[in-house]
Design a protein. Sequence first.
Length: 296
Amino acid sequence: MSTPPETEATSSASITPVERSSNSFLGDVWVNYKRWNLKAVRNPFVLVVSLVQPVIFLVLFTQVFGGVVEGTLRGPVGGLSYETYLAPAIAIQVAIAAAVTSGIGLVNDIENGMFEKVLVSPMNRTAVFLGKTLAEVSRIAAQIVIILLLSVALGASVVTGLAGAVGIVAIGVLFSISFAAFSNSLAVLTRDQESTIIGANLLQFPLLFLSSAFIPLETLPGWIQAFATLNPVTYAVDGARAMMLGQDVITVIDLPGLTGVAHTLVPAVTVLVGLAVVLGGIAVVLLSRASSSAVA
């Protein structure tokens, strides 16, 4: 028995169209940006811990090792106070320490079911993850500013002034994107907060100590100098240090044709951008696969 045309028309009219977000792409980004910032404010413990650890390093290293390390400073960093030498390294450390906590929020969303709810919402998925990232890097930028102010209070000198300070923040934020992507990848793979933190911290400290962060590379064993050449932390720290001092400080690579600050910044920014693209790409792939399975 065939269905009357009127019934078919009525049935078609009763079908509810797929709801779309009334926000623009930027509107969806803004909604998620606010959500992740509010979430951080309501649970400030992670923010405090990620800032306290670098502050402890800054105070202890300058007070305990300052007099010893200052005697080893040679070349472009010769004659600097250890506070000035260390400040860019601690700025990069706070970027790492804050970025590795990025996956905690994602795991929390996965555990309480919010992850699936966001994915089935009409919001643009790219905007969802972009808003989260922007919220995190803006908080990291604020934490780096706090570290720089504390460093100056302890005796450090930003030779290049405000422009140099802005450059340090920019390099720290750029570097943090890689570790945030790594942390989110761990979150998707492990779906466990403890595993995410342990995995990220397991990588954080070896990279920091096997770089030019705390002691000039010339004073370290040859195998550490060789590893530092491949260590992205070295490029981040040297880039931040060049912005602070306004001069070439990189020692792990020599690029003909470049002089001054550019000789440090060009390889540093190239390495950091490349790392962010690679790790960010991996995180996007893993998040996309998790998204597909979550809403299947």
